[in-house]
Design a protein around this ligand. Structure first.
Ligand code: ZN
Length: 417
């Protein structure tokens, strides 16, 4: 229940992890504002002699270099790969090599990796703690990881389906295998057998209850043929994978109908088992149709998606102001290899080619970093071509905002250049 909704939980806050995030904010304040009264008190109480950053780190060498500058080939402005491999494990070597080296003399600063602005937020820290705990639990219990990007997207989609919230909660319980079907009750030692209470089939699983049981069969027989066929083709034993597959392969209206029908079948089943009230398949089907109509009638609750065509981008090149040169820059990342590249093309105000430059980087695969390096390269190109009046065009909004307002990120030294 304390998992965020995008990881399949109900989004209740985990107080222990939230407290840890608040504590992390105190640490951040001590790091970035060490002269404040609160920071000085904390230092006097908890680490009077030492520093907060004296943490053990994973290194191969027991006598690692004390300064980062010893790991850089100064003449070439590059990381010394040999020394990195000597001192760090491969995963860290990869991370260090992806940090671009600036040429301006910039003092050390603390930056928070999990926000684009580089500034610490309790929200991002809490998310980090929750997802780390989830990954660790999945690994310990040998479950396939449920915090993958695809899974996060599917959960987000599931929570956004325009159905009453009780139907969404039902879908979540189904995906988490927590609906009280026969097999779940037996697994929880709440029942001696997993026999279906309606048709007395041997194993009452989620699939049996909602699709294969005679009661469910009769309801699905009244629904749209193509939709029913699509449901039955997918024989995935895992309910979560099955629902995620349906989200991806059906339209919003079809998926809404599937969810409502599953929910209605489940309600009818509960009524039959616990209250001995048997609803006819036709009344269950009519209930779904009525609910569908109600949902579409109310425009506030179910806005019909407006399919707008994407506006065509201007294909032409926009010339710079009179008397200036324009340098267009762009960066890109290789799909298969661990490489990034960028290019800068300089044109005269009438669009005549004037000069260009391109570079390939090993290990740097972060798009904003490549875009920042591309802008830096544009300035070097202008210097090489001996032109002064230039305007640089980039499509990376994050980098441009970083340039205008300042940011604490791994490419900040490049922006300072
Ligand atoms: Zn049954």
């Amino acid at each position: 229940m304390t998992m965020p909704k995008y990881l399949g939980g109900l989004g209740f806050r985990d107080i222990e992890l939230f407290n840890l995030s608040l504590l992390a904010r105190q640490v951040w304040r001590v790091l970035v504002q060490p002269s404040t009264l609160s920071a000085r008190i904390l230092q006097a109480v908890y680490f009077p002699q030492g520093s907060l950053m004296r943490l053990p780190y994973v290194a191969r060498n027991f006598d690692p270099p004390s300064k980062a500058s010893k790991l850089i080939i100064q003449s070439m402005g590059q990381w010394d790969v040999g020394k990195l491999e000597e001192n760090f494990i491969p995963m860290d070597v990869q991370a260090i090599r992806s940090i671009p080296i600036g040429i301006v003399n910039l003092g050390d600063y603390c930056a928070w990796h999990f926000e684009k602005s580089g500034l610490f937020t309790v929200r991002s820290c809490y998310r980090l703690l929750v997802s780390t705990r989830k990954v660790r639990e999945d690994w310990l219990e040998e479950r396939p990881t449920s915090s993958s990007l695809k899974s996060v997207k599917s959960w987000t989609k599931l929570w956004k389906v325009k159905v009453p919230s009780k139907v969404r909660v039902f879908a979540r319980r189904l995906a988490q295998h927590s609906l009280p079907t026969g097999d779940v009750l037996q697994h929880r030692h709440m029942s001696k057998t997993s026999v279906c209470a309606i048709c007395h089939a041997d194993n009452d699983s989620w699939r049996h209850s909602l699709i294969d049981c005679t009661m469910a069969h009769c309801v699905w027989a009244l629904a749209d043929d193509q939709l029913t066929e699509h449901l039955c083709i997918s024989v995935c034993p895992d309910a979560r994978e099955w629902i995620f597959h349906l989200i991806d392969t059906t339209s919003h209206a079809e998926f809404t109908q599937i969810l409502l029908t599953l929910w209605a079948i489940w309600l009818a089943r509960r009524k039959a088992i616990h209250e001995s009230i048997f609803l006819s398949p036709l009344s269950t089907h009519s209930f779904v149709i009525k609910l569908m109509a109600e949902l579409q009638v109310d425009p506030d609750k179910t806005p019909t998606p407006v399919r707008t065509m994407p506006k065509p981008l201007p294909a032409r090149w926009i010339p710079p102001p009179a008397g200036m040169f324009k340098i267009n820059v762009d960066g890109g990342v290789a799909k298969t290899t661990n490489k990034g590249a960028f290019a800068a093309v300089c044109c005269h105000e009438k669009g005549n080619y004037y000069g260009s430059s391109a570079r390939v980087f090993e290990a740097i695969t972060d798009p904003p970093t490549l875009e920042a390096l591309a802008i830096c390269e544009a300035l070097s190109l202008a210097k090489d071509l001996n032109i002064q009046k230039i305007c640089v065009a980039s499509d990376a909004q994050v980098v441009i905002e970083g340039l205008l307002h300042g940011t604490r990120c791994c490419y900040s030294p490049v922006l300072r250049e």
